[in-house]
Design a protein around this ligand. Structure first.
Ligand SMILES: [Zn+2]
Length: 624
């Protein structure tokens, strides 16, 4: 066993147990909380059962502990047989919302996948960290798909993994999935969207290409031939090649050893459909070629090809309908230029509809489409009935509202109100969750809506947990009452509840209230693990931006010490710089030049994205 997998816990614990075959499954917490581990215990049992048959190898230890640690930098850590979790990633009670249940399910399933992939077979060096993490990430979604089919989890996969990774990988300051690692500082910075999300998305693309059973068989062979040993990424590809008899390795290496990803531009010329590929960048494009396993529907007929050169021409007699990257299995974007009409004529899956609007924002940012063209596409989704595309549009409008509120506020209000009419009649868990998220966003934009919702704050403990974020936000926006929110925070025993109230504290309209909240963040009453969440909570609030930026600069040294040895500060900076720095690019560059924070890669990436967003603001503000 590798030393990084050792766990030693000292303290008073309380536990609940279950059993699967010869394995004891145990959830341990500090006294008084074990009952909240029932949900996770059930997930753990089902996950183990799934993995034993998927990997074809029984769980190898007599027990597995799942331990809730009160203060924890990550979501979970896969120590062998004694997995540590942040409380919000393990504990669920009758007041938990759908989002919390999804998180617990995902983190438990992710960490248990590591018992085989990571613990039974450990990577030789940190260069291959991605393989551990992207694999566990992908496997978790396979488990969720099996045990909670109503969540339609591949929709969440695209939103959480593929989307985050493509966004991170759209700038020049990115890194290949397989990154050389020499120092602890570099290790801290690679626990990012590339190692998890891009790696998982590329594995999913290759699985789609090889077929699910070949993929599974290859993994089983890999684990069996390296168990209780170390392995390298190359040996993983060897095992996959052996299973499917195809040349996977060359293709895989192109995707994992090169930064970035392609955009395929589709045009029509005299009976020929022309595909061209280049590297997609938010600041333009660059010449490059990937071996893209293209799956497309041309006039309703499925077509497959490996597109591994700059240009490809396909004969087409009469183009009626067209969609590339069907079901968004591939890690690339598609720009249809003049052909969007043919796209709308295709029968589009929920993943296809998501992909088109997901790409639209990137194309707006990169200057490929204009702001009016972008809103034209978005308007097609106002009456969207499916979870993923509806949430994507809401995400985009919420993001654009943080950077260019005056141009977005009306369209965003309209979209969210239309969606409420649709969601009103829906009772499945995804729709219930959407209602809460959309209400929370509308409460940020719409004073009269917020005022209406805020009145429920007096009955806060009794309302549907999925609506609590929205009600707390609405109350903060309407009444600027810091004291009442802090009082609720102090009375709450669960971290899930406390994190919600911290979110409300960053939603005030009044900057002096934001100042109180940021003071509270470092005042000793907020767990260290939640301070980052609080800082990032300011990003959606245009009224908090200026103050949070100043505060961040003043407290940088303190935050650096606070988060030493974890990836937390790296994650904060890469997300916060591009938003908080808008309108003060030079000041931000100067600050990081004069203050050596370390974490150079994350800061460089943050500053590059800042310039891109700063331009985007101008583009939107000056458009008709
Ligand atoms: Zn992991």
């Amino acid at each position: 066993m590798s030393t990084y997998l050792l766990y030693l816990g000292v303290g008073k614990f309380e536990q609940i147990t279950d059993r699967l075959d010869k394995t004891d499954i145990i959830v341990a917490t500090i006294p008084g909380k074990a009952g909240k581990g029932r949900f996770a215990l059930e997930v753990a049992k089902k996950s183990l059962d799934f993995y034993q048959s998927y990997f074809g190898i029984p769980y190898m230890l007599p027990k597995v502990h799942l331990i809730a640690v009160p203060e924890f930098a990550a979501g979970g850590m896969e120590n062998w047989g004694a997995i540590a979790f942040r409380e919000t990633a393990l504990l669920i009670d009758e007041r938990s919302d759908v989002r919390a249940k999804k998180r617990v399910t995902e983190v438990v399933a992710h960490e248990l996948a590591h018992m085989w992939f990571g613990d039974l077979v450990t990577m030789k060096w940190w260069d291959d960290l991605w393989l551990n993490e992207s694999f566990a990430t992908l496997m978790a979604f396979k488990v969720i798909d099996r045990i909670q089919p109503v969540w339609k989890t591949w929709q969440d996969f695209l939103r959480a993994q593929t989307s985050g990774a493509m966004s991170r990988d759209s700038i020049r300051s990115t890194h290949p999935i397989e990154a050389p690692v020499k120092s602890p500082n570099e290790i801290e910075q690679i626990f990012d969207d590339i190692s998890y999300g891009k790696g998982a998305s590329v594995l999913r693309m290759l699985e789609g290409y090889m077929g699910a059973e070949n993929f599974r068989k290859g993994i089983e062979n890999f684990l069996n031939s390296h168990k209780f040993l170390n392995a390298e990424g190359n040996e993983f590809w060897d095992a996959l090649e052996e299973a499917c008899g195809d040349k996977i390795k060359t293709m895989a290496n192109e995707w994992i050893r090169k930064p970035g990803y392609p955009v395929v531009t589709v045009t029509l010329d005299k009976g020929e459909l022309i595909l061209r590929q280049e590297r997609f960048l938010l600041s333009g494009t660059a010449e490059d070629v990937w071996p893209i396993p293209i799956v497309m529907k041309l006039n309703g007929e499925p077509r497959r090809l490996i597109f591994d050169k700059k240009e490809e021409r396909l004969d087409v007699d009469n183009l009626e309908s067209l969609i590339l990257n069907t079901d968004h299995m591939g890690f690339y974007r598609v720009y249809y230029k003049e052909l969007y009409d043919s796209v709308w004529k295709s029968s589009l899956s929920v993943f296809d509809r998501w992909g088109i609007v997901f790409d639209a924002l990137a194309f707006l940012t990169a200057g490929k489409i204009s702001f009016p063209d972008y809103t034209k596409i978005v308007r097609r989704y106002f009456r969207e009935q499916s979870y993923l595309p509806a949430l994507e549009v809401s995400d985009q409008l919420a993001f654009l509202n943080t950077i260019a509120p005056s141009k977005i506020i009306e369209i965003s209000k309209e979209f969210h109100r239309e969606q409420f009419k649709i969601l009103e009649n829906m009772t499945d868990e995804n729709s219930v969750m959407l209602q809460g998220i959309f209400a929370n966003r509308l409460a940020m934009l719409d004073e009269s809506y917020a005022k209406e919702l805020a009145s429920s704050f007096h009955d806060y403990d009794k309302i549907d947990p999925n609506m609590k974020d929205a009600v707390a936000t609405a109350y903060a926006r309407t009444y600027s009452d810091f004291e009442s929110i802090v009082k609720k925070y102090r009375e709450s025993a669960s971290d899930e509840e406390r994190v919600r109230l911290l979110g409300a504290m960053m939603s005030f309209k009044d900057a002096s209230m934001i100042a109180l909240s940021l003071g509270f963040a470092l005042g000793g009453e907020v767990k260290r693990q939640d301070i980052g969440t609080m800082i990032l909570g300011s990003l959606r609030n245009p009224d908090a931006r200026s103050l949070t930026w100043t505060w961040l600069k003043v407290n940088m040294d303190r935050l650096k010490k606070l988060f030493e040895g974890t990836e937390t500060l790296s994650r904060i900076l890469i997300s916060a710089i591009p938003i908080l720095g808008i309108g003060r690019v030079e000041e931000a560059e100067k600050f990081f030049e004069e203050n050596r924070v370390g974490l150079e890669n994350s800061i460089e990436a943050g500053l590059e994205k800042l310039k891109i967003y700063d331009n985007l603001v101008r583009k939107i503000m000056f458009s008709a």
